[in-house]
Ligand binder design. Structure first.
Ligand SMILES: [Zn+2]
Length: 152
């Protein structure tokens, strides 16, 4: 148990959602990816997923899952993040060999945490590598003859 950080008057019990004195929200978390767009063909195809407890009470992270088979997540067991803990960090790897060879691919990674609150999700995209195209329409090709050709 700890005092509410905002009003410093109320003892916050585990599982409390709001402070009983000042009404401020005591739970909350943030989910982020270090990058949400990956270019295919540029290795490595992985990013870090972080879950940060923004609340004043312990946060239980129950599960992390993805809706696409090409998103590889490490084996995850439920864990608890204390309010001042460093963020939970997991490596998300794109299994390139499963992806169809062309096109833009999108996956939703969902984090189930807290007590029955709506899961949070992040979106990860894998896109073709941008290609440089040179427009040749206005280019004039100039041929230069060696000096000796002019005298013939
Ligand atoms: Zn308070």
């Amino acid at each position: 148990m700890a005092l509410c950080k905002r009003c410093e008057r109320w003892l916050v019990a585990e599982g409390d959602v709001y402070c009983g004195w000042c009404g401020s929200e005591l739970v909350g978390y943030e989910v982020a990816l270090t990058r949400d767009v990956l270019f295919r063909g540029r290795m490595p195809l992985h990013v870090q997923l972080t879950v940060r407890n923004l609340g004043q009470t312990p946060l239980e992270v129950h599960n992390i899952r993805a809706d696409q088979p090409w998103v590889e997540l490490p084996q995850f067991t439920a864990q608890t993040l204390q309010p001042d803990d460093p963020p939970l960090s997991l490596q998300v790897t794109v299994a390139d060999y499963i992806l169809p060879p062309t096109g833009i691919h999108e996956a939703i990674i969902q984090i189930i945490a807290g007590d029955g609150r709506a899961p949070q999700s992040v979106r990860l995209q894998v896109v073709p590598e941008p290609r440089l195209q040179i427009d040749m329409v206005d280019v004039e090709i100039v041929q230069q003859f060696p000096e000796s050709d002019k005298t013939q």
